[in-house]
Write a protein that binds this ligand. Structure first.
Ligand code: BG6
Ligand code: MG
Length: 254
């Protein structure tokens, strides 16, 4: 009888140990408190995720670079990768102003418009070859997993080409809503594009995590009161709460 009691106590002790082992802890380097998930059930910190597009969901940032390089060459203006990185996240027109820092003389507004059209035409030509195959399988899988978990997923991009790009990637109807260069007055580092994205799905900035590859985007998230996970070029930005070595690392945060 007594032996039987000890057996039950022993079993309970063993089960408790197994339970403790199943507790998964992910510690955010910039947050003092750990986020604890129990038994595979996520205690979700966020209700929504706002994704930048170029350089986060897809590699169109390389096409922007190529198009700006050709545009700068056509004007005989020096341009390189370092200058290009300053263009991440900001509007087409603001990008041209940065490129023109190395232009001798003054350019008329008509000529600027012509140059902007020239750049966008090259960019659109590069986008022609884009298809569903350009969506990285791990990005697709991660997005689907996040959606299954019930998170509201939106786009917060400065690009006026965001919708056709998403369509090409087979994500035309995937996101709960899209905030992009067509509905904002001020581009990143102003938080407008993210504030609209959150409002479109009835969430507050505190409820949302922003995913960004641009310093201007990380600053925009910070200015709007959003937590931010930085990837790629912006990974070491101190204003971001999380660093993403891989896109799928988002799953360790939420
Ligand atoms: C952002 C890019 O997503 O969109 C910037 O990071 C780009 O480099 C901006 O300038 C505007 O894009 P588009 O497609 O409207 O020229
Ligand atoms: Mg980007």
């Amino acid at each position: 009888m007594i032996g039987g009691q000890w057996l039950i106590i022993g079993k309970l002790f063993f089960l408790t140990l197994v339970k403790i082992k199943k507790v998964v802890t992910f510690t955010n380097p910039n947050h003092s408190s750990p986020i604890t998930n129990y038994k595979g059930k996520l205690t979700m910190k966020y209700k929504g995720i706002i994704f930048d597009l170029d350089g986060v969901i897809c590699s169109t940032d390389d096409y922007h670079y190529e198009a700006w390089q050709k545009t700068a060459d056509s004007l005989d203006i020096y341009f390189d990768k370092v200058i290009n990185n300053r263009l991440r996240g900001i509007s087409r027109a603001e990008s041209l102003e940065i490129i023109l820092e190395r232009y001798d003389g003054k350019m008329s507004d008509e000529k600027k418009q012509e140059v902007l059209n020239y750049k966008n035409d090259i960019y659109l030509q590069l986008l022609e070859k884009m298809s569903i195959k350009d969506l990285d399988p791990s990005v697709k899988k991660t997005l689907e997993t996040l959606k299954e978990k019930g998170l509201k997923l939106t786009i917060g991009s400065s690009s006026k080409n965001a919708k056709p790009i998403l369509k090409k990637l087979g994500l035309g109807d995937f996101f709960h809503d899209i905030s992009d260069g067509t509905n904002i007055q001020r581009s990143k580092p102003h938080p407008e594009v993210f504030l609209i994205a959150a409002a479109l799905v009835n969430l507050t900035p505190k409820d949302c995590l922003v995913i960004e590859d641009a310093h201007a985007g990380v600053e925009a998230a910070h200015a709007g009161g959003f937590d931010c996970a930085a990837i790629g070029d912006a990974i070491d930005n101190p204003l971001a709460q999380y660093k993403l070595n891989e896109f799928e690392d988002i799953l360790k945060i939420i």
